[in-house]
Design a protein around this ligand. Structure first.
Ligand code: COA
Length: 320
């Protein structure tokens, strides 16, 4: 049996931390409204010169350090982002260059907030098929650049950042590694969460548009369903899980999903208060946070899950 084993994680945030109170000086909102509706207290916003690739590279370096591997030994980089440095080339190629590793495979995956789960799925399949031996899977975003800062219903919800993991292909591994994954997409609901620009339509980058209340409803239903599918695929029950690391969109979505599944709240890693919604970066950022603060340990059974624009959604179970 060949498994993709997680060797290490890393993350990076911009220097500039913006609190709800800071936002309230610029737009018509309050700390109370944001905390009560979302659980968000602050977010990090990229400064000029800080880009998706610079954040991704910083996170990738830390993941390589934690994994105790030389970046030059990486032969596959899969980077999830909806906010690439340029329309092309893929931001992953610029991370490859900044890391100083050449010649391997490097490309981007775009599934918005589910991007990291999609990137993990792609990297895991490629490692299992022998198309690489050691992979960096990265989620990195600068969503602040596609927010409409005049729209208080969306601009308070998002932040910038990056998270990365090193996955290694191991023959004969039966304990550790990615155990089961399930991914979905349904293009029916594009108008509920999308960016109103793009190279092939308006020729502009565009701004994020969202009908938050409807996204909320779909998120809880889809996430509970896909988590059930992965549990069934792995033939385990919800009580076997040590930690759930969800996409950090909104504390109320996390609570509602946990309740629907019968998961105790203390098993859910929550960082949305500190990072806000960092889209594809949120799952690896939360995973890295919980590993570095000692909550998630080797041998733990960890469920990752996310839902985002498209809609896209998915979950992945791994033994640390
Ligand atoms: N500050 C203060 N008031 C605000 C506000 C803000 N930042 N944003 C909206 N409001 C107001 C609205 O104008 C509205 O006022 P009105 O009743 O006078 O018209 C009121 O608050 C309620 O707005 P509504 O949009 O119905 O609130 P809600 O309870 O649905 O909460 C979200 C809004 C966005 C927090 C919530 O729907 C949500 O979290 N949805 C999921 C979004 C998400 O996570 N998307 C990403 C998935 S990847």
């Amino acid at each position: 049996m060949r498994r993709s084993v997680l060797l290490g994680t890393g993350s990076a945030l911009p220097e500039n931390c913006v609190t709800n109170a800071d936002l309230a000086t610029r737009i018509d909102t309050t700390d109370e409204w944001i905390v009560e509706r979302t659980g968000i207290r602050q977010r990090y916003i990229a400064a000029e010169g800080e880009t998706t690739s610079t954040l991704a590279t910083a996170a990738a370096r830390k993941a390589c350090e934690a994994a105790n591997v030389d970046p030059e030994s990486i032969d596959l980089i899969v980077l999830a982002t909806a906010t690439p440095d340029n329309t092309f080339p893929a931001t992953a190629t610029q991370v490859q260059k900044q890391l100083g590793c050449r010649g391997g495979i490097a490309f981007d995956v775009q599934a918005v907030c589910t991007g990291f789960l999609y990137a993990m799925g792609v990297a895991d399949s490629m490692l299992k098929n022998g198309m690489g031996s050691r992979a960096l899977v990265i989620g990195a975003e600068t969503f602040s650049r596609i927010l409409d800062w005049e729209d208080r219903t969306t601009c308070v919800l998002f932040g910038d950042g990056a998270g990365a993991v090193v996955l290694e292909s191991r023959d004969g591994e039966t304990e550790r590694g990615v155990i089961a994954s399930k991914l979905h997409a349904d293009g029916e609901h594009k108008e509920l969460l999308y960016v109103d620009g793009g190279p092939s339509t308006t020729g502009t980058v565009g701004k994020l548009r969202m009908k938050g209340r409807e996204v909320f409803r779909h998120a809880v239903v889809n996430l509970a369903e896909v988590l059930g599918e992965v549990l069934e695929q792995a033939d385990i029950s919800v009580t076997d899980i040590d930690w759930v690391v969800p996409h950090q969109a909104n504390a109320r979505i996390l609570d509602a999903t946990a309740r629907k599944l019968g998961l105790p709240a203390e098993k859910v890693v929550v960082t949305v208060d500190r990072h806000a919604n960092t889209s594809a970066a949120s799952v690896p950022l939360a995973l890295d946070t919980a590993i570095r603060d000692g909550r998630i340990k080797q041998g733990d059974l960890v469920m990752l899950e996310a839902m985002g624009g498209g809609f896209t959604w998915g979950a992945s179970l791994l033994r640390m």
